[in-house]
Design a protein around this ligand. Structure first.
Ligand code: DX5
Ligand code: ZN
Length: 215
């Protein structure tokens, strides 16, 4: 069974507590929290103060996806806000190894995200140091986009790399996950499905989460 990580990016922010309560009652495994800086990606979302509020509503894993430059400046604050997992972008970090060490030394699980154009082979020398690879299946910045089909090949290749090295690294897929394509994603080797629009755009979000879980 995949882990389900609904993204709150498309939730109604005037009713954030309701959205959090719904996720708590649902079979969602993680809260996926998308932080955007308007520099690494062409959009601005929310930061640590919102995450701190969300953290108060839940005991589920807070999976923070940083789409920001210079994440080292803020890692400590995200830890203080309640992040359990901190994921940084390969493309945003010239000193990625140092970023990963910092995240782990703060007591969080460390993730590395790659954009659709970045080959999974670029992760070869960091894979043993991390807990999660987040494969972007759309260009980061916005919810409700269509999954780029080539992602399926990338999942298979990454799964082979992880198995060859006998590592315990999770593969998380982010962007355009739907009830229609989720099975192909899981069959290719994904462990975690992020879903924003599919969950929050649904008439019955809890039921949609249950369906994704049983895909
Ligand atoms: C996009 C974010 C995603 C986004 C996913 O930059 O990283 O987490 O919220 O949304 P959907 O599932 O709607 O594509
Ligand atoms: Zn995300």
């Amino acid at each position: 069974m995949p882990l389900i990580a609904p993204s709150l990016l498309t939730a109604n922010f005037l009713r954030l507590e309701e959205a959090c309560n719904m996720l708590n009652e649902s079979e969602a495994d993680w809260f996926h929290l998308d932080v955007m800086d308007g520099r690494f990606v062409p959009n601005i979302s929310f930061g640590m103060s919102i995450i701190k509020q969300i953290r108060k509503t839940t005991t589920k894993v807070c999976d923070v996806h940083l789409m920001i430059l210079e994440p080292e400046k803020y890692a400590e604050e995200f830890k203080a806000a309640g992040a359990d997992i901190l994921t940084v972008h390969f493309e945003a970090c010239p000193h990625l190894h140092r970023n990963i060490q910092q995240i782990k030394s703060l007591g969080m699980q460390a993730g590395v995200a790659i954009n659709p154009h970045t080959p999974v082979s670029f992760l070869k020398d960091i894979l043993a140091d991390i807990d999660i690879v987040l494969l972007m299946s759309v260009n980061p910045g916005f919810g409700a986009q269509k999954l780029i089909p080539h992602t399926i090949e990338k999942i298979k290749e990454l799964r082979r790399m992880i198995e060859e090295k006998r590592l315990n690294v999770k593969i998380e897929i982010d962007g355009g996950v739907t009830l229609e394509n989720a099975k192909a994603i899981v069959d290719a080797g994904a462990d975690v499905l992020v879903a924003g629009n599919t969950v929050f755009g649904s008439a019955d979000p809890k039921e949609t989460i249950a369906q994704l879980k049983r895909i």
